[in-house]
Design a protein. Structure first.
Length: 267
């Protein structure tokens, strides 16, 4: 009988006979790991795999694991289609080599298109984005600032506080400057990590990002053209606040879907 160890904080799987001193991903102490038994002894003393009668399938897009005779029609986490699942054994290794061959063929085809052998600028940039987690880092700036901006605008509009309205405007400019970086790193991560799959969750995230970009531009340049747009008595005041509310909703939906992709595979 052999054992793996799963970090109870981040889900990292440690494949060794003993629990590690700390998680190499989140640095949680060894006491936070739980044992995953790969095989179990029967009464007669022989060893049998615990999952011998149950087939396991892993989504190649987000890593979700499904147990059953067949993979699901769509992944419940990222909505990837059935053909994106690969069968895995008790250790989490792929059964068969078809998926591996497909990846090799795809890689060769991509190299032929670029005229290089796996060294294109996009691949280099993509690998750097994934290695440094640049999309999660950059997306936290607008996601954290926009709720404060909308709160500032609402309070400034109700109580006519010019200082808060001005603070919201300057923060919106910063968000606008960050959005191209956020969208570029998000696109690269979608192409590299999630293989550019066009499921509803990714389509929705892309749509929300476009809405965020459009709404931020409207709020910044409207305020630039008409500095008194939020002043008491302004006929456009409620419309301006409505655009800000729509911006917040789009950010919330995109953030929720992003969290589902990252944490949805945890049980």
């Amino acid at each position: 009988m052999s054992s793996n160890w799963e970090c109870g904080v981040c889900g990292y799987i440690h494949k060794a006979g003993e629990v590690p001193e700390k998680c190499p991903v989140c640095e949680a102490p060894g006491k936070m790991f739980k044992e995953i038994v790969v095989g179990a002894k029967q009464e007669g003393g022989s060893v049998a795999a615990t999952s011998a009668s149950v087939r396991r399938w892993r989504c190649s897009i987000c890593g979700y694991i499904h147990s059953g005779n067949e993979p699901p029609d769509t992944c419940p986490v990222c909505a990837a289609p059935k053909n994106q699942f690969v069968e895995i054994d008790a250790d989490g290794k792929k059964i068969g080599v078809e998926s591996g061959l497909a990846i090799v063929v795809e890689s060769v085809a991509g190299s032929e298109k670029t005229g290089k052998k796996g060294g294109s600028l996009f691949n280099t940039l993509g690998n750097l984005v994934l290695k440094l987690h640049l999309h999660p880092i950059t997306v936290h700036f607008p996601n954290g600032i926009i709720p404060a901006v909308v709160a500032f605008l609402a309070i400034a509009g109700y109580f006519n506080i010019v200082g808060l309205e001005l603070a919201a405007y300057y923060n919106l400019i910063f968000v606008l400057l960050m959005l191209p970086v956020v969208m570029l790193t998000g696109f690269i991560e979608w192409q590299k990590r999630y293989k550019g799959v066009k499921s509803m969750i990714f389509i929705t995230k892309i749509f929300c990002s476009v809405v965020v970009l459009a709404a931020t531009n409207i709020l910044v340049f409207w305020r630039l053209i008409d500095p008194a747009v939020l002043a008491l008595g302004s006929p456009s005041r409620l419309i301006y606040l409505g655009v800000a509310a729509g911006l917040l909703v789009a950010v919330g939906i995109a953030g929720h879907l992003g969290g589902k992709l990252v944490f949805g595979t945890r049980k």
